[in-house]
Write a protein that binds this ligand. Structure first.
Ligand code: SF4
Length: 376
């Protein structure tokens, strides 16, 4: 029962990271990066899978050595989700992972070195249809730019990015996306704003090294929120010193709050107060945990009393409103039935799952109708 987003997205050129389109009119993708030792294939595969299961569209894996490139081959063979290899300097690693089925190379052409090596990487990427991500980071600006600007600035980040872009341009290679990340929100936002005016390629957004789960989430939401609201950004990565699965969840919450992407349940819950007729916080936490697997976009309202309950519940797919002597459950915006205020979690979970299933069935019916119409 969501409304559509008022955001007008910047028109970017579309590229494909494996089966995932990035840029153009493609949905903004959410990605994360493994933090396991890449050579520990079992641990890395498990983490890639966990990220994908949480809804991650793309997963990045660091490939710092030829040994890690061999591990990448084994990882690639065991997972379906598009993989980006994060490579610094050594072009031989890029060629190896390209051979092993990588879906995107994160490598800065200016750091590869000699022109013949750059040419070799680009020729290979072109041949195999692999896009490149130029990734500029305030923490690792080149010495020349550090000297020129004295300290990292938005302009320095953009100049660095454009230097790498120029190299790809020179080789007539347009299949790339760019990030200009900083841990300082204003610097990152300014850099992306500047860059968005200068290139047509998709932008990969992130506030780098944002911090721990709480601080990093807030910082990322503020920074990415500003950019996304302006229509800037085609794929996002939330950098948290936390489990990568949390990065995916936070990424989707940001996109959901701007109505740029729907994935799973959008909860509306009151903070609770002495008027509550049931334990709002306990109920909310329990539902969030129990319903993590639901991917159907839907609104669920959990409101402690009749002050705001009926109003919110009427706008939601399922709503629980605290009332005395019994609480009220709304389905599809209409009052449906009453429940006592003890032991209703199992029941509520069942009602939400049933509603999710009926919304899915409805969506499938609509899709089928569109296909039938288009095939005449
Ligand atoms: S909706 Fe009711 S229980 Fe919830 S915070 Fe408001 S007054 Fe308190």
């Amino acid at each position: 029962m969501s409304h559509s987003s008022p955001i007008q997205r910047r028109k970017s050129r579309q590229i494909h990271v494996g089966k995932v389109a990035v840029g153009g009119d493609a949905p903004i993708s959410v990605q994360s990066m493994t933090n396991t030792e890449t050579c520990d294939v079992a641990a890395t595969v498990a983490q890639v899978q966990a990220i994908a299961d949480a809804g991650g569209d793309i997963v990045r894996v660091s490939v710092p050595s030829m040994e890690a490139a061999e591990a990448f081959r084994a990882i690639r063979a065991q997972v379906d989700v598009p993989l980006v290899a994060d490579i610094h300097f050594d072009h031989r690693i890029a060629l190896k992972v390209a051979e092993y089925g990588v879906d995107c190379l994160r490598i800065n052409p200016g750091n590869i070195g000699r022109d013949d090596k750059v040419r070799e990487v680009i020729a290979c990427a072109r041949d195999k249809g692999i896009p490149i991500r130029i990734g500029v980071n305030a923490g690792s600006l080149g010495k020349d730019l550090q000297r020129k600007y004295g300290e990292p600035t938005a302009e320095a980040l953009v100049e660095s990015a454009l230097h790498h872009v120029d190299i790809l341009d020179k080789h007539d290679y347009q299949d790339f996306k760019v990030s200009v990340k900083a841990s300082e929100v204003f610097m990152a936002v300014d850099a992306y704003r500047l860059l968005a005016k200068q290139i047509e390629q998709p932008l990969h957004l992130g506030i780098t090294e944002a911090g721990g789960l709480r601080g990093g989430t807030v910082k990322s939401a503020v920074g990415l929120g500003m950019l996304l609201y302006e229509g800037i950004g085609d794929t996002i990565r939330i950098s948290l010193a936390a489990d990568p699965v949390e990065e995916i969840k936070v990424g989707f919450e940001i996109l959901k709050s701007l109505k740029l992407r729907a994935n799973g349940i959008n909860f509306i819950a009151c903070p609770s107060c002495s008027r509550q007729n049931f334990d709002v916080i306990g109920t909310m936490n329990s539902l969030e945990q129990r319903l993590e697997d639901i991917r159907t976009p839907m609104d669920v309202a959990v409101i402690g009393c009749i002050v705001n309950g009926p109003g919110e519940a009427r706008e939601a797919d399922v709503g629980l409103t605290g009332a005395s002597p019994s609480n009220l459950i709304y389905v599809g915006g209409e009052p449906d039935h009453k429940v006592s205020n003890t032991d209703f979690i199992d029941h509520l979970e069942q009602v939400i799952r049933e509603r999710a299933a009926s919304l899915e069935a409805e969506r499938a019916r609509q899709e089928e109708a569109v296909i039938l119409k288009s095939t005449g």
